[in-house]
Design a protein around this ligand. Structure first.
Ligand code: UD1
Ligand code: CA
Length: 473
């Protein structure tokens, strides 16, 4: 059976999220595992392939709408001018979708762990029952704060908000998750009858349950199989809890697909990261954005990769890379900082305390120690000696350096850009290279050494060669 396609999904995202106590970020735009809360919810909603995907915005609407346009351009933002409650928010959404028939799914914007599979299951249960309302509920060990599901002889009779509940009702551990499937026409009718006669003075969506019940319509509940999925995030403690749960889910999915994650507790992988089977991720890694790691590669320990592509059997150890391509079999780290636009060729090396920016390092070329490479093209099979600096900035403009194939850059060379080093050329250690070095030549750019005979006995007559070591502090 193919999954039924709902007429609409309405995502509620107009609230301010006062409990987050943020001056800059609306609640639904707080990030976890590579997406905002809203990004996760919209992705799950999109998984149902609804005819309409509507997000109700209000607080910080420009910011939220702009973000929505980035993550799901086909979704539509509908403005709820005043945040008069979840029921009012749904009414505003439906008024923007006249003549809607069929199933409407409502999802809160602060439930980032929800999956499309759970939403699809809810729709299936709802349509099979021919219900007016189907609630997604969850049994939680600590239901504090949530609306409680009141049952009468097994069937749901009402949802009572925590703030409106008496002690007996608060003892109920089955909660409303703010996820529903509704019949569009029945929903619209009940939304007209909501009152603000409650502890928060708001139009509660939860009251639709009691209204449908009173009207003799079918109300069913679907208890979430994985209760954590329904978790709502109201403050930053819950945000970190949700992040931890999502981290566990993402890591477990990769492990089941053949990735070795040595320490899930210290490994953070964004949802859009791709890892091939037989990748190994050591403790203390963060893999962000659109990072991809090919088969047999080893990442970590203590490595952060953002939007980085790691080739087969490459090793990236204790390093920080953003916007980088690491070729197959390449060797990076430890303590290596690779910045956007860096492309390391196959079997190349960027070693300890090396920083590279917007540069290409050719196949098999090596930058093994303590160097800065900026705005450069390095050919194949070249070696850049320790402590070399590609001097790319003249204080006003950036310039490029080109190094050919099979070049040997001596240790502590300053390559003052723009400059070009031809194939097979050498530079002498300690050189400041300001002019091009032709292919096959040795570039020397340093003062000649001279030795002053007898200087020590003339200028330091009391020095005894044997005492010198002892005089050191
Ligand atoms: C809500 C439910 C509660 C449920 C819980 C699950 C109601 C009245 N309460 O409580 O039964 O247990 O979710 O997490 O529905 N929003 C709007 N416009 C508004 C008000 C809220 O768009 O006028 C949005 C918020 O941005 C948020 C969502 O609706 O994304 C839920 O609102 P929130 O204030 O978090 O409700 P809870 O108190 O968590
Ligand atoms: Ca909430």
């Amino acid at each position: 059976m193919t999954d039924p396609r709902p007429a609409a999904v309405v995502v509620l995202a107009a609230g301010e999220g006062t409990r987050m106590k943020s001056a800059t970020t609306p609640k639904v735009l707080h990030p976890l595992c590579g997406r905002t809360m809203l990004g996760h919810v919209v992705a799950a909603a999109r998984g149902l392939d609804p005819e309409h995907l509507v997000v109700v915005v209000g607080h910080a609407r420009e910011q939220v709408t702009a973000h929505l346009a980035e993550v799901d351009p086909a979704a539509r933002a509908v403005v709820q001018e005043q945040q008069n409650g979840t029921g009012h928010a749904v009414r505003v959404a439906l008024e923007a979708l006249p003549d809607l028939t069929g199933t409407v799914v409502v999802v809160p914007g602060d439930a980032p762990l929800l999956t499309a599979a759970t939403l699809a299951e809810l729709v299936r249960v709802h349509e099979l029952a021919g219900a007016a309302t189907t609630l997604l509920t969850a049994r939680l060990p600590d239901p504090t704060g949530y609306g409680r599901v009141v049952r009468n002889g097994g069937s749901v009779s009402a949802v009572v908000e925590h703030k409106d509940a008496d002690d007996a009702t608060r003892a109920i551990d089955e909660v409303a998750t703010s996820v529903y499937a509704f019949d569009a026409a029945a929903l619209m009718t009940s939304l007209q009858s909501l009152t603000t006669d409650n502890a928060q003075g708001e139009e509660y969506l939860t009251d639709v349950v009691g209204l449908h019940k009173a009207a003799g319509r079918t109300v069913t509940a679907h208890i979430a199989v994985v209760p954590e999925e329904t978790m709502g995030v109201n403050d930053r403690v819950q945000l970190s809890e949700a992040r931890r749960l999502l981290r566990d889910r993402v890591v477990a999915d990769h492990q089941r697909a053949g990735v070795t994650v040595v320490d899930p507790l210290t490994t953070w992988i964004d949802v859009d990261v791709t890892l091939a089977p037989d990748v190994t991720v050591h403790p203390g890694c963060q893999l962000h954005g659109r990072t991809t790691v090919a088969a047999g590669a080893v990442v970590g320990p203590d490595t952060t990769l953002t939007d980085t592509e790691v080739g087969e059997h490459a090793v990236v150890l204790k390093s920080h890379c953003t916007g980088v391509v690491v070729g197959a079999g390449a060797d990076v780290g430890p303590y290596t900082y690779l910045r956007p636009g860096t492309r390391l060729g196959a079997r190349s090396k960027a070693g300890a305390f090396v920083e590279i920016k917007a540069s290409e390092v050719g196949e098999g070329s090596k930058v093994p120690h303590l160097s800065y490479v900026g705005d450069a093209t390095i050919g194949a099979g070249s070696n850049v000696g320790a402590a070399t600096v590609f001097v790319n900035y003249d204080g006003r403009d950036k310039h490029r350096t080109t190094v050919g194939d099979g070049v040997r850059i001596g240790s502590d060379t300053m390559l003052v850009a723009p400059v070009e080093i031809g194939d097979g050329a050498y530079t002498a250690a300690g050189s400041v290279i300001t002019k091009d070095v032709p292919a096959g030549a040795l570039g020397v750019g340093r003062a000649q050494q001279r030795n002053i005979e007898g200087w020590v006995s003339r200028r330091r007559p009391t020095d005894q060669p044997d005492d010198q070591g002892k005089q050191q502090p």
